[in-house]
Design a protein around this ligand. Structure first.
Ligand code: HEM
Length: 508
C-alpha cells in the first residue's frame, strides 16, 4: 500500500510540473484561437456541458475562426466548425489525423475492441478491410432482403400499435444489426442479447465520456485494484468488462452452434465461420470479426434510432412534404405493391428526404473524435501531437453559406430545377477521412427503405387529445453520450388505404 501511495504522490508531482510547463508554453506558442487557459485548470471551466455543437458555433463567432483550440487537465482539443478545414485536415492530411484519442478507461471497461475506438494501426486496418469487404456498396446488397423483412415487420407494428412508434423504430434499429451480423432474430426487448447490451451501456458506457472518470486524467489510477477503498470506478469498470464479454459471446456462440448444425441464417459472422471451417481464416481475423459484429450491434443501432426519430418528426410537422413524396411513390411504384430498394434510382424525392434527415439531425453531431499523430501547423497555427480532433458535423450541416435557412427541413435543397438529385451527395453525418463510417451504405439503404415504406403506407399526423384538439409537437432534441436524439413527441400513423393495410399484412 505504501509503495502505491508514493507512486501516486510522484504522479501528482509530475502532473503539477507538466501543468506549469504547458501553461508556460501556451503563452508563447501560437495555438488556434479559443478561450484563454487558466493555470492548472486550463479551459476546464470553458467546455460546454451539453449541446456542445451549438456552443462551439458560438465560440467560432466569438473568436472569428473555423477552427478552435482549448485544453484542460492534459487534454488538448481542436474543434473544426468549417467543412473546408475538415477536408484539409481530416481528408488531405489523413495520414496524420486518423488515430483515435487515448482513453485509458476504454481498455478497463472492455470497450477496447470497438472498431470505432481502435488506434490507427494493424488491428484497425484488418477490421476496416473486413468491414469494407462486407459493407461496401455492392456487398451491402446481400443485406437487402433482411432489411426489407425487418422494415415490413416495423410497418406491421405501426399498423396494429401506432402509439408506440418510437419502440417499433427502436426494435427495428436493434433487429437489423442483429440479423445482418449474426442471423439472430430479436423478438422482444427482453431478449437476453438486448438485456446484456443495455446493461453494458448502463454499467460502464458513461465512463467513456469526457470528465466522467479520473482514470482518464490520471491513467495510473487504472492500476488501483478494484477492492481498494474508494475505487468505485475500477469496480464499475470490472463489472462492465464482464458484461461486455457476455454481450460479445452470447450471439457469437449462437452462430457457432447454428453453423455446426447447418441451421444458420446467412450473416456476417456465419459467412466468416464457414470460411474458417475451410481453413481460410486466421485467429486475428476471428477476433476482428467478433469485434466488428459487436461494434455494429452496440453502436450502429443508436444512429438509426436517431435518424428515424428525425424522419418521423419532420414528417409530422410537414404534411406537404409527405404529400409530395407519396405522389412520387404512387406515380412511379403504383398503389398495388410496396416499394423496395430496386426502386431507389426512380424515387429522387425520397432520396432528397433521406439526405435532408441526416443534414437536419446528424445522429452523431460531433462525430467520433479523431486524434493527431504528429505535431502539425495549419494556417500559421501550431497543433500539438496527441490533440483530440472534434469535427463539428452539426456546424457544417447548418452552415448558412452552404445550406440557406439551415434550421428549416427542406428536401428541395438536394434537387435541381428539374426535380433530379443534385450533386451534393456527400452525407457529412457519416464523418471524415479514413475513419468515415464504414457502414454508410448499409445505413443509407436502411434509412432509405424505412422512409420509402413508411410514406407509401401511412400518413403521419399530429395526435389529438380526448377533445379532438391537436397535441402540440415537442420540437426538442436531447444528447445521449455522443448521440443526438429526438425527444419524445406525439404523432399518429394512419394507413393510406385498405389496400395498403392488406399489403402490410401480406408482407410481414
Ligand atoms: C445513419 C446511420 C449512421 C450514421 C449517421 C453513422 C455515423 C458514423 C460516424 C459519424 C462515424 C465516425 C466517423 C469519423 O470518425 O469521422 C462512424 C463510424 C463507424 N460506423 Fe457508422 N453510422 C451509421 C450507421 C452505421 C452502420 C449501419 C454501421 C455498420 C454496418 C456502422 C459502422 C461504423 C463503424 C464500424 C465505424 C468506425 C469506423 C472507424 O473508426 O474506422 N455505422 N459512423
Amino acid at each position: 500500500m505504501f509503495n502505491f501511495l508514493s507512486l501516486l504522490v510522484g504522479a501528482l508531482v509530475i502532473w503539477v510540473i507538466k501543468q506549469f510547463i504547458s501553461y508556460y508554453i501556451s503563452r508563447h506558442v501560437q495555438y488556434p484561437p479559443g478561450p484563454k487557459p487558466k493555470l492548472f485548470i486550463g479551459n476546464a471551466l470553458d467546455f460546454p456541458n451539453s449541446q456542445q455543437y451549438e456552443a462551439y458555433v458560438e465560440w467560432g463567432k466569438r473568436y472569428n475562426s473555423g477552427i478552435l483550440y482549448a485544453s484542460a487537465l492534459g487534454n488538448k482539443v481542436l474543434i473544426i466548425n468549417k467543412l473546408e478545414d475538415a477536408d484539409e485536415l481530416l481528408d488531405r492530411r489523413a495520414r496524420l489525423y486518423s488515430d483515435r484519442p487515448m482513453i485509458p478507461i476504454v481498455e478497463l471497461t472492455g470497450w477496447g475492441g470497438n472498431v470505432a475506438l481502435l488506434h490507427y494501426g494493424k488491428s484497425w486496418r484488418l477490421s476496416r478491410k473486413l468491414c469494407q469487404q462486407s459493407f461496401r456498396a455492392e456487398a451491402a446488397r446481400d443485406f437487402h432482403p433482411l432489411l426489407l423483412k425487418k422494415t415490413h415487420e416495423m410497418l406491421y407494428r405501426l399498423l396494429v400499435d401506432p402509439d408506440h412508434f418510437d419502440e417499433h423504430s427502436k426494435m427495428m434499429s436493434i433487429s437489423v444489426p442483429m440479423i445482418t451480423m449474426y442471423g439472430y432474430e430479436v423478438e422482444s426487448f427482453e431478449d437476453p442479447c438486448i438485456v446484456a447490451a443495455e446493461e453494458s451501456i448502463a454499467s460502464g458506457g458513461d465512463l467513456l465520456l469526457p470528465g466522467k472518470s479520473w482514470i482518464n486524467t490520471f491513467p495510473i489510477l487504472g492500476y488501483v485494484p478494484p477492492w481498494f477503498p474508494g475505487a468505485t470506478t475500477r469496480r464499475i469498470a470490472k463489472k462492465a468488462r464482464e458484461i461486455n464479454r457476455r454481450v460479445q459471446d452470447i450471439p457469437f456462440e449462437f452462430v457457432e452452434k447454428n453453423v455446426a448444425e447447418g441451421t444458420e441464417i446467412p450473416s456476417f459472422v456465419s459467412r466468416f465461420l464457414k470460411r474458417q471451417l475451410e481453413g481460410c481464416a486466421s485467429k486475428e481475423e476471428e477476433e476482428a470479426v467478433r469485434n466488428i459484429a459487436w461494434t455494429v450491434y452496440s453502436g450502429a443501432s443508436d444512429t438509426m434510432v436517431s435518424a428515424t426519430g428525425t424522419f418521423f418528426y419532420a414528417m409530422t410537422i410537414h404534411p406537404e412534404i409527405q404529400r409530395k413524396a407519396q405522389s412520387e411513390i404512387d406515380r412511379v411504384v403504383g398503389t398495388g405493391r410496396l416499394p423496395n430498394l430496386e426502386d431507389r434510382p426512380s424515387l429522387p424525392y425520397i432520396d432528397a428526404i433521406y439526405r435532408e434527415v441526416l443534414r437536419f439531425g446528424p445522429p452523431v453531431p460531433m462525430a467520433v473524435a479523431h486524434s493527431l499523430m504528429e505535431d502539425d501547423y495549419y494556417k500559421g497555427y501550431f497543433i500539438p501531437k496527441g490533440t483530440m480532433i472534434l469535427p463539428n458535423i452539426w456546424a457544417m450541416t447548418c452552415d448558412e453559406s452552404i445550406y440557406p435557412e439551415p434550421l428549416q427541413f427542406k428536401p428541395e435543397r438536394f434537387l435541381d430545377a428539374n426535380g433530379n438529385l443534385n450533386d451534393d451527395d456527400r452525407v457529412l453525418a457519416y464523418g471524415f477521412g479514413r475513419r468515415i463510417c464504414v457502414g454508410k451504405h448499409i445505413g443509407s439503404d436502411t434509412l432509405w427503405i424505412i422512409i420509402a415504406l413508411v410514406l407509401a403506407s401511412f400518413n403521419i399526423e399530429r395526435s389529438k387529445d380526448e377533445f379532438g384538439n391537436e397535441i402540440e409537437v415537442n420540437h426538442d432534441y436531447h444528447d445521449l453520450g455522443i448521440m443526438h436524439h429526438k425527444s419524445k413527441f406525439h404523432c399518429t400513423f394512419v394507413p393510406r388505404s385498405l389496400v395498403v393495410k392488406q399489403l402490410i399484412e401480406e408482407a410481414r
